[in-house]
Design a protein around this ligand. Structure first.
Ligand SMILES: *Cc1c(COP(=O)(O)O)cnc(C)c1O
Length: 227
């Protein structure tokens, strides 16, 4: 099965999930996750209409960025090391994985040097998994304050990764919880700064959409299993 056909199927499933939950499909952005996928295949996806790609490693993204350039939007979705921030701010159009104050400070420093503003999402470890990154929900408010106080960061929403399970219904609560955390933040800050919810991957994106996802990050369902 080719990338174009897979994409078509994914789009149909996104539309169906929107239909079920009374949402407009234009509210849900598809971020094609291209980690480990070679440039030729990414180009195939771009020809088939992909406008946003997600990478989780800065070094890999740098190499691909040289070949592909700015014709797509680049989303950083993985753990961002402090010593990679300098390069990340040059490549990426958006960072989904802001998870600690130290990182906010480094981003602010590098962005102000480049005279750039970066839309960011705060990654929340909703399920409290030891193996996952993301801020503990209890520390979310203070991290959000730090982001809002940083001139060159533009807070736009929250991101989470649900635990991998066979039946995505089992993680519906994770997506619901992220939506509630977003609504609470907006209430506490008194304005709707956090609008985006980046949640849902190949295995669980339909449930995430039903719970309000505005961005889904999908790799395997488009490009096949990673080797
Ligand atoms: C790899 C990855 C995805 C995509 O996962 P698939 O199951 O292949 O769709 C989404 N989000 C993040 C943060 C990832 O690292």
């Amino acid at each position: 099965m080719g990338v174009a056909e897979n994409l078509e199927k994914v789009r149909k499933r996104i539309e169906a999930a929107c239909e079920r939950s009374g949402r407009d499909p234009s509210e849900v952005k598809l971020v094609a996750v291209t980690k480990t996928v070679p440039v030729e295949i990414i180009e195939e996806a771009i020809s088939a209409g992909v406008t946003d790609i997600g990478e989780n490693r800065v070094q890999e993204a740098r190499t691909k960025y040289e070949a592909i350039g700015n014709k797509v939007r680049w989303h950083m979705i993985g753990y961002l090391q402090r010593n990679k921030v300098k390069y990340a701010v040059r490549i990426f159009d958006m960072i989904h994985s802001v998870d600690r104050i130290e990182l906010v400070k480094e981003l602010e420093k590098r962005l102000s040097k480049e005279n750039k503003t970066m839309p960011v999402l705060i990654e929340v470890n909703v399920a409290g998994e030891k193996t996952k990154h993301g801020v503990d929900p209890r520390d979310l408010f203070s991290l959000a304050q730090e982001v809002l106080g940083s001139k060159h960061l533009k807070a736009i929403g929250l991101m989470t990764m649900a635990p991998y399970v066979e039946d995505p219904e089992e993680v519906r609560w994770v997506f619901k919880k992220l939506r509630e955390l977003r609504d609470e933040l907006n209430e506490r800050f008194g304005e709707e700064v956090f609008s985006e919810l980046s949640m849902g991957m190949s295995n669980d994106f339909e449930v995430a959409i039903e719970e309000g996802a505005t961005m889904v990050r999908i790799g395997t369902a488009i490009f096949g299993e990673r080797s």
